[in-house]
Design a protein around this ligand. Structure first.
Ligand code: AAL
Length: 395
């Protein structure tokens, strides 16, 4: 009997030692294979969701190694007068920047008011006091040799006479160059912003030169959506790019069933596509394509398109990428993003299949009026970033 117990205890000891050594081996293995710095190749051992995401979603553990990660730098522009920042002059919502005739061009919402707007609001549609920073505004443009010092050239597209589209205000424009002609798309307000004005559609003017003269088409080229649709209430921030031989106009709308006058803060972005700059534009069946953001800022990147998503929504403060220009994925998380950014996009209209990205542009910020008019005083600024596959701007 004793031999049996002796035999069993030997077996137990052997098994115990083997287990221990296996355990110590696997512990040893983990210690050996799990160095303090996580390797750049995805490890073979089990990972937590967060560490796995670093490999699977971002493709790199360091944002700086991500082509669509950047920080942003801002520089005060020279050449724009703001009446001592007393709230009577605002400039905001710049277009993309283009390079023509040996200089840069930018278009933007320009509002001049007899009194500081911060303290007054339009009550009636006939009021001559703007109800917001973009009420009773016209589209101005400026040119520059270096992107830092600008020369305001004056009105590009003025408000047309009532009852034409945009008679109350023409704002938030963006530029398209197509077959040698130039097109400015803009929000066409029919009422003061403080009333139902923000429920505006998009119209377009065209010219043979970036210096104008511009001709109003009087057309609504991207109309509000039908009752109950996501873009029923507003068609804002038109942003044209050329892709696949067509004109892609990305735009923002307020997406919920709010009925009060002020636009919603549930903002999403979609696209309308046409073969001709004057339409007809067909809204993509998957709209809205981007679930966050405020003003639209996009640029061709490699075969797809990238988008800077700022201010509102679950995925604000991200840069997103759509290889097919429709289905966007979060590419990076970023901070201190430019508001209403109008980047210099060298390949915005070349129908490129290999977008090279951006390094700078014009955006805006809201400054408190010098006479404490609080907001309603928007200022244009320059932003610089590193979202380019090339080293520098060729100009
Ligand atoms: C901007 C843009 C649109 C809105 C208003 C002026 O940031 O989203 O243009 O109408 O605010």
């Amino acid at each position: 009997m004793k031999i049996k117990y002796l035999f069993l205890s030997v077996i137990a000891a052997v098994v115990f030692t083997a287990c221990n050594s296996t355990e110590s081996k696997s512990e040893e293995k983990e210690q050996k294979d799990f160095p303090f710095l996580i390797p750049s190749e995805k490890p073979s051992w089990p990972l937590s969701a967060a560490v796995a995401r670093g490999y699977d979603k971002y493709g790199t553990l360091r944002p700086e190694q991500n082509e669509l990660y950047t920080q942003f730098k801002y520089t005060k522009l020279k050449g724009f007068d703001y009446n001592g920042y007393n709230g009577t002059i605002s400039r905001r919502d710049p277009s993309k920047v283009i390079f023509e005739n040996g200089k840069y061009y930018v278009w933007y919402t320009h509002r001049k008011s007899p009194v500081p707007v911060g303290m007054s609001r339009a009550k009636e549609a006939t009021d001559v006091i703007p109800s917001a920073d973009w009420d009773l505004a016209d589209i101005y443009y400026a040119t520059s040799k270096d992107g830092f010092t600008w020369e305001e050239q004056g009105v590009a597209v003025a408000r047309p006479p009532k009852p034409q589209a945009g008679w109350r205000s023409v704002t938030t424009t963006d530029i398209l160059k197509w077959k040698g002609k130039y097109y400015l798309y803009f929000q066409a307000f029919m009422e003061a912003s403080g009333l139902r004005g923000d429920f505006c559609p998009v119209s377009v003017a065209y010219s043979d030169s970036p210096d104008g003269p511009w001709t109003h088409t009087g057309k609504i080229v991207i109309p509000n959506g039908s009752e109950g649709s996501w873009d029923q209430f507003q068609i804002h921030d038109p942003y044209p790019l050329v892709h696949d031989g067509k004109i892609y106009i990305y735009y923002k709308s307020g997406f919920d069933k709010k009925t009060e006058m002020l636009p919603t803060k549930v903002l999403m972005q979609g696209v309308a596509i046409a073969d001709n700059p004057l339409g007809p534009f067909k809204k993509h069946p998957l709209n809205p394509l981007i679930n966050s953001g405020h003003e639209t800022t996009l640029f061709p990147f490699r075969e797809g398109v990238a988008a800077i998503i700022q201010r509102d929504g679950q995925e604000h403060n991200t840069i997103q990428y759509a290889k097919d220009w429709v289905n966007f994925e979060v590419a990076s998380n970023v901070e201190l993003l430019p508001l209403a950014a109008g980047p210099y996009v060298a390949d915005a209209f070349t129908d490129t299949k290999d977008g090279r990205g951006i390094t700078w542009g014009i955006s805006h910020f809201i400054k408190e009026g010098s006479d404490k008019t609080k907001n309603n005083l928007s200022i244009l600024t320059r932003f610089d970033c590193d979202l380019s596959l090339d080293l520098h701007d060729p100009h």
